[in-house]
Design a protein around this ligand. Sequence first.
Ligand code: C2E
Ligand code: CA
Ligand code: CA
Ligand code: CA
Length: 279
Amino acid sequence: AKSAGGDNACFFDPAMLNIIAARAEMEADLRNGLRQHEFRLFYQPQVNSTGKWLGAEALLRWQHPQKGMVSPAEFIPLAEETGLIVPIGKWVLHQACAQLALWQADPAYASMTMSVNVSAKQFRQDDFVDTVLEAVTQHHVQPGSLKLELTESLLLDNIEQTITRMHILRSYGICFSLDDFGTGYSSLTYLKRLPLEQLKIDQSFVRDILVSPSDAAIVRTIVGLGKSLGLSVIAEGVEQESQRSFLQTLDCHAYQGYLFGKPSATLSLPQRGNSNAEL
Ligand code: C2E
Ligand code: CA
Ligand code: CA
Ligand code: CA
């Protein structure tokens, strides 16, 4: 068959078959994982310049029975392609709101916000707005404490629908943060039309902020832009005190990164008696 087919031989490349088989297996695994409740949310704190906790970002983890803890970078792309991100994302919203309700019932955590990542496929579902409102209502959380993280490419894909949906959710109090800001192609015209509350500086700019003058300039510009648009600005991927203090000199409002805490299954407050504990 190979001699007759010439180029067709590539269809029988065993390496390719392996890739296809691995994908099919992972898809079946993902479906099964959802049924078997193998997903977990981890929470990473977000702090202000004095170290006070402002909130946390919910980050998805997959506790695979054989592979152990699987990072979202490994399964979210496939979950998006297969549409599985829709039920997974709905689970994330409910789980995050359930956790937020627990915080809101505890005076020490009551003012914390909960940031939740939303994928494009999920945002474009006809029932997305209802899904979010349902999660907020069912778990009795203050909608103003829920912050949805959207990316620039998601927003721009169908800008009119984006604006409509965001405004509806905003009218119920839901907040929005623009994730990975600076890596996409936001036009300032659109930024002005979106009911955003926060810009989130991508960690790629934070990483080299002390050694790369252009990264420092980009961060300075984003903070200034946030200020002039009336938005809060959070830097992600802050790992070192030197990065934090430099960001502070640029007037950045909020910080997230390993310096303040890695994502973990449970957030615990700094020790009692520590001034940071005063939320
Ligand atoms: P992201 O939204 O940009 O999240 C930030 C990522 O940076 C997280 O990776 C976080 O663990 C990591 N990170 C936090 N602090 C530091 C730091 O100081 N240094 C470094 N090097 N990294 C830090 P993670 O948890 O692996 O998530 C990767 C991506 O997966 C997220 O990127 C987000 O795009 C996606 N994701 C996570 N959870 C969800 C979810 O529930 N739904 C959707 N649709 N996507 C999610
Ligand atoms: Ca995020
Ligand atoms: Ca991000
Ligand atoms: Ca990112």
